[in-house]
Design a protein around this ligand. Structure first.
Ligand code: CU
Length: 231
């Protein structure tokens, strides 16, 4: 089962997931019925030991078992392609921008809000995500992430985003694969984040958390961060 999601993009993933299950179950049901039908009604009978009439070059049947799978695969492909385009699309500016730097074995987050950059939050390896570096984000806002790594391949994963993205060294800044955008839903809370790519001995302790807060709380957070950085 998928966790509850906290982004609009999560709705897309959730419906693709549900649709894929319906399609898989329907396909499975048809296949099982055909198998049972063949095995019960086309068994070799003792009385008639001869071969049954052999079917060859039956154009309608051959068309059928070529076209039906073709149509099925096209339908699966259409929804997958449509949704992955939607999930990876980076369009327009986002009020909240987060630069994510992965390293062995934690994360640095540098948030820019309406053009003002806050002090970087950095972490160390921990056993509990609450103790990892915290990324504070407002609800109902568009957030853009840019991913970089200091060393090896990591993967940025917040299960409640229903999304993860590999962080690969040596990818130029201009590569669109380094960026993704989310639209947060109105679901305040503290959500676990982790590295999803085995990256060394403390990979499992490469934990962080995302705190989704109301706009008012976010404005307060910005104010305290800016006051802190002014000293
Ligand atoms: Cu990692």
């Amino acid at each position: 089962m998928l966790p509850d999601h906290v982004t609009e993009q999560g709705n897309v993933v959730q419906s693709l997931w549900n649709g894929a299950w319906v399609a898989a179950l329907a396909t499975g049901a048809v296949v099982i019925v055909l198998i049972l039908w063949a095995s019960f009604f086309h068994r070799k009978r003792r009385a008639k030991a001869d071969l049954p009439p052999q079917v060859r070059y039956n154009l309608p049947i051959e068309m059928l078992y070529t076209l039906i799978p073709l149509v099925m695969v096209s339908v699966f492909f259409f929804f997958t392609a449509r949704d992955s385009e939607r999930l990876t699309r980076v369009d327009g500016d986002a009020p909240v921008k987060v630069k994510v730097e992965a390293y062995q074995w934690s994360w640095r987050f540098t948030t820019t809000y309406n053009g003002k950059t806050l002090p970087t939050v950095a972490g160390t390896p921990v056993h509990d995500y609450h103790q990892g570096p915290q990324l504070v984000l407002p609800v109902n806002q568009k957030v853009e992430f840019t991913l970089t790594t200091d060393d090896v391949i990591h993967s940025f994963w917040v299960p409640e985003f229903l999304f993860k993205r590999d962080v690969i060294p040596g990818i130029p800044e201009s590569n669109p694969g380094r960026k993704f955008q989310i639209q947060t839903l109105n679901k305040p809370g503290v959500y676990a984040g982790r590295c999803a790519e085995l990256c060394g001995v403390d990979h499992s302790r490469m934990l962080f958390n995302v705190k989704l807060v109301s706009q008012q709380e976010f404005d307060q957070y910005i104010a305290t961060q800016q006051a802190g950085s002014a000293q």
